[in-house]
Design a protein. Sequence first.
Length: 290
Amino acid sequence: KDALTLSHIMTLKSAFHDIPHGGGKSVLIKPKEIRNRIEYFKSFGDFVHNLGGTYITAVDVGTSTEDMDIIAERTPYVIGAAKAHQHERDPSPSTALGILHGMEAAIQFKLNRADFRGLHVAIQGAGHVGYYLAGLLHQRGARITMCDISAPALQRVKDQFQVEIVAPDEIYQVHSDIFAPCAMGGVLNGQTVHKLQAAIIAGSANSQLAHHSIGRLLHDKGVLYAPDFVINAGGLISAAIDYTYRDPHLADAKIAKMFDNMLHLFERSATQNVPPTQMAELIALEKLKK
């Protein structure tokens, strides 16, 4: 079920941003008796290779560029393998950059702000994307509060970006301008949305809404929600362009268009009084039909 849901989201994500790829996703359930991570990912690499290029895998939650290196020993259909493909990049910084541009559109639309100086951002998750996003926001003068279940990850962002730390169950009640879910999905539900103090929700986690109706609830509450499959596409954009053209400058230029794409989405959503997630899906489906 998770794989089907995520692959559907990848299809919408690609269509919305005019990426010439379909959508696919793999979920690996590690058997208890498997203790050798290298052999495990070699086996997965063989599986991907047998698909003949119809599926291209990449780094995501629970994996690393080192894991992609192992897969790259068995197949060329992998993105983010640092050793095997020097032109390719860890998608996390690109995802964070896309989130930043999407946030810029959100604060302009909702807060009539052109910069982050003095704004308060609560980031849920200090891992891959959360770390890079914190760095970008710190550079721009934002105040940052973060949570994570990993003490080392929190210590790193605290030391480097002077962030404030709260417990995971306290992040929703932080009085912030922006709440950024950058960990696991399903965190926006009937209980958490009533705790939220932020005017904007914009983060990298997949499937943030526990149920489709939460999008309407947020819309009716006046909270501006940036659809996850739209705003977190920076990594996919980077990976697709790097894989095809081997030119990181092209990827950065396309990721920069996130601002205009998100602003257009927010404006169309407001004009038609349709929640942003529903509007984004309509736009993606319109493009798929062309």
